[in-house]
Design a protein around this ligand. Structure first.
Ligand code: GDP
Ligand code: IMO
Ligand code: MG
Length: 419
């Protein structure tokens, strides 16, 4: 059988966690394939709210297997905090959560390096989540990383060598730090990690597929944060696109089935970098306050703007999206007018192709839609959709050439309309 991939088409925080939770009953297993605790995936059901960072969002649905794949970077201290929080709320994960031996460890010094690099960039900083993501992937690619599997073999020596190397790099930066406290927490995390099951997840997942099971791969971040195709250098350090699921899990491209592309009915971004449709006015403020657009991980206010169909079309192509999922349409309920960017004007010419550099003189060309001005959050079926919403939706489907199969009208699991 196949691996279906669900991933963000914008700059992250599209609502991936919520929809993975909703779709999980269809699958035997849910896996994360890239990113780490820079992610914050929110789920709401039965009046409770949970934010997951490294644990897949299928963890709350019965006895489904959840797997942290080889492409993920894991911080033991943050993982421990996440596990303890879930267990305190009565959710047992031990038997259901498996961790790839090939996943890389975020060391305490990776976090320090992340902070030192950001400080050195000054105004040009990326605005990272400060979780050590970039330095950990740097060590992976430069073949200096430590992996989960290393915990089982001569670990202290490997750790000491890595820390010594990082301290040497840090000595070149004007950056004060105290490693002792974070190191203590980190090793407590390692002890907790040892109580979980480590697996060769590429074998585990391929065995599931050959025995007729289907698997859902849960993306983190979004296409515009992809290290190759996003708004480089203001991106994360992994491949967030559908192809990332192959490398991040060890499955063949021939095994990829549906690609669910998820987007907000408007657009947000956290951190620095270009955002052509950003609204730095009252409309942007209204989107932020109605959409509660504050980071799930850092609490930072998210930058808000209209939906960018040029960027979305690019994301649809790069990922091979087969089904679209529109989130947070209810946030637009009160707007008398809604806009969608349908082209960019670059150097006097209109284009619908994403240019090399979207920070340079890109002016969005908008199409204006009449707002529906009807509350959508208690709707349960497509037949209740207001005509103005249908017009907005069908324009987007036609522009992107892919059907919208799910519309989300609120944060709760139940506020999800399948079409
Ligand atoms: P993720 O990182 O893609 O999983 O998304 P986040 O959890 O970071 O951000 C999505 C936010 O929107 C969370 O606070 C969700 O509870 C919330 N949310 C998800 N879907 C909807 C929706 O349809 N309507 C509204 N109003 N909120 C939603
Ligand atoms: P989820 O999975 C939104 C952004 C950061 C920063 C850039 C690089 O919840 O959608 P990093 O710490 O990865 O080196 O930061 O990427 N970023 C996210 N923005 N949602 C996320 O994850 C993000 N993960 C990283 O704000 O601009
Ligand atoms: Mg998020």
């Amino acid at each position: 059988m196949k691996v279906d991939v669900l991933l963000g088409l914008q700059w992250g925080d599209e609502g991936k966690g919520k929809v993975v939770d909703v779709l999980t009953p269809r699958y035997a297993a849910v896996t994360r394939f890239q990113g780490g605790p820079n992610a914050g995936h929110t789920l709401e059901f039965e009046g409770q709210k949970y934010v997951l960072r490294s644990i897949p969002s299928g963890i709350f649905q019965g006895d489904k297997v959840n797997i942290i794949g080889n492409g993920v970077v894991l911080d033991p201290a943050l993982f421990k905090a996440e596990v303890e929080q879930l267990e305190a709320s009565g959710h047992n994960l031990r038997s259901r959560l498996l961790i790839s031996r090939k996943a890389h460890l975020i060391l305490p010094t990776h976090r320090l390096l992340d902070a030192a690099y950001e400080a050195a960039k000054g105004k040009g900083k990326i605005g990272t989540t400060g979780k050590g993501i970039g330095p950990t992937y740097t060590d992976k690619i430069s073949r200096n990383g430590l992996r989960i599997g290393d915990i089982e073999n001569n670990f202290q020596q490997k750790y000491n060598d890595a820390i010594a190397r990082h301290k040497e790099i840090l000595s070149h930066y004007d950056f004060a730090y105290n490693l002792d406290e974070i190191e203590k927490e980190w090793f407590k995390g390692i002890e907790l990690l040892k109580t979980f099951t480590f697996v060769d997840s590429e074998h585990y997942i391929n065995n599931l597929l050959t025995s007729g099971k289907t698997v859902l791969a849960e993306g983190a971040q979004g296409t515009m944060l992809d290290v190759d195709f996003g708004s480089y250098p203001f991106v994360t350090s992994s491949n967030t696109i559908s192809a990332g699921a192959c490398v991040g899990l060890g499955v063949s491209p021939r095994r990829i089935g549906e690609v669910f592309g998820i987007f907000k009915a408007y657009c947000t971004r956290v951190g620095s970098g270009p955002f052509p449709t950003e609204l730095e006015d009252q409309t942007g403020e209204t989107l932020r306050s109605l959409g509660h657009e504050y980071g799930a991980v850092t609490g930072r206010p998210r930058r808000c703007g209209w939906v960018d169909l040029v960027a979305l079309r690019y994301a649809v192509i790069i990922n091979g999206v087969s089904q679209l999922i529109m989130m947070k349409s209810d946030v637009l309920d009160a707007f008398p007018e809604i806009k969608a960017c349908v082209a960019y004007r670059v150097a006097g010419k209109e284009t619908n192709e994403l240019p090399f550099d979207i920070s340079e003189d890109v002016t969005p060309v908008y199409k204006t839609f009449k707002g529906w001005q009807t509350p959508m959050s208690s709707m349960t079926s497509e037949s209740q959709f207001p005509q103005e919403f249908k017009d907005y939706l069908s324009f987007i489907e036609t522009y992107l050439g892919v059907p919208v199969k799910i519309v989300s009208v609120g944060p709760d699991r139940a506020q999800t309309i399948l079409r």
